[in-house]
Design a protein around this ligand. Structure first.
Ligand SMILES: *Cc1c(COP(=O)(O)O)cnc(C)c1O
Length: 329
């Protein structure tokens, strides 16, 4: 089965399983797992931050970021379809008493800064206290331009607001821009990173930021039940991925582009836009149900209008997908 539902479906390779099996471990709640400590140090250095904390999921590392900056009665500005707002069970509100202020994403995945500025609440007892502006990069496969991040950073500084990036696919953005991840991370106080998407780990996420934010995040992580013990087995996969799988993401971007190019000549298909990273986004008007049935009968599993390319989709699989699309009317 070719599975295009998400890049979360990747399975650990034999090489990754080997380093996991050989990982040195200790009790990470005591801070004694050498492999977790090495991963956290490596991630902090890579992103240009003081510190990092390893978490089981991206949902948790986003929550740790929000909880480390915001408290009860605070508000965070966020995209209306952002993962933290839409797909994390309302955790910031439920567990942190943090009110979301959702704004529509622009077509390029950014939050328009004039709208952000208008949404910042005055210091008035009627209002929640605006505390943070959260961005997502990549956002639905789109890469936020660095000059936009610069302007976002200036605006949030000017208003004294915290800046969190949901960087579940941060490395896809960095590879697409051909810049070091630190160049993106410099505009944020905290950044969450997923190891279990295109980087192809079975489990794992990181939150990076300054010492204070990460100390607070570590406390919240324990409270949320994310304090793992011999987590070095998982951290070893993360280290392996950061050392070996980042440049490989280019191949996923190439696969998405190859599919988009082939679909351009097929009248049954319209794309939302040319892919910038590892996602092909079909037009919302696509009859996804009959398309999904057609593809499924050719051994290709999809969900909705988003096709995600990853390590476990081979070049032959891409050929098979294109061939199947040609037969779809
Ligand atoms: C996958 C993802 C997350 C985190 O998801 P988990 O399944 O909890 O690891 C966060 N943000 C975005 C944009 C994602 O795609």
């Amino acid at each position: 089965m070719i599975d295009l539902r998400s890049d979360t479906v990747t399975k650990p390779t034999r090489a990754m399983l080997e380093v996991m099996g050989e990982a040195e471990t200790g009790d990470d709640v005591y801070g004694e797992d050498p492999t977790v400590n090495a991963l956290e140090r490596f991630a902090a250095a890579l992103t240009g931050k003081e510190a990092a904390v390893f978490a089981p999921t991206g949902t948790q590392s986003n929550l740790l970021g929000l909880l480390s900056h915001c408290g009860r009665g605070h508000e965070y500005i966020v995209g209306h379809t952002a993962h933290t707002y839409m797909y994390e069970g309302g955790g910031a509100a439920v567990l942190g008493g943090i009110q979301p202020c959702p704004l529509p994403f622009a077509a390029d995945g950014s939050l328009p800064l004039d709208a952000v500025e208008k949404a910042i609440k005055p210091d008035d007892a009627h209002f929640a206290i605006t505390r943070l502006v959260c961005l997502e990069n990549t956002q639905a496969g789109k890469v936020l331009p660095l000059d936009y991040l610069q302007r976002y950073s200036e605006l949030t500084r000017q208003w004294g607001l915290k800046r969190h990036l949901d960087g579940a696919r941060l490395f896809n953005a960095a590879v697409a821009l051909d810049v070091p991840v630190a160049q993106i991370c410099q505009y944020f106080d905290t950044v969450s990173i997923c190891l279990s998407k295109g980087l192809a780990c079975p489990v794992g996420s990181l939150l990076v930021g300054d010492e204070d934010a990460i100390r607070s995040a570590r406390r919240w992580r324990k409270m949320l039940g994310g304090g793992m013990r011999q987590a070095g087995i998982l951290a070893a996969a993360g280290l392996y991925a950061l050392e070996n799988n980042v440049q490989r993401l280019r191949e996923d971007h190439d696969k998405a582009r190859r599919v988009a190019d082939a679909l351009a000549s097929l009248p049954a298909f319209t794309l939302q836009a040319a892919p910038q990273t590892n996602m092909v986004m079909l037009d919302a008007a696509t009859d996804v149900e009959s398309l999904a049935r057609h593809l499924e009968s050719d051994g290709i599993r999809t969900a909705g209008t988003r096709w995600v390319f990853h390590q476990d989709v081979s070049d032959d699989d891409v050929d098979r997908l294109i061939e199947s699309c040609r037969r779809f009317r």
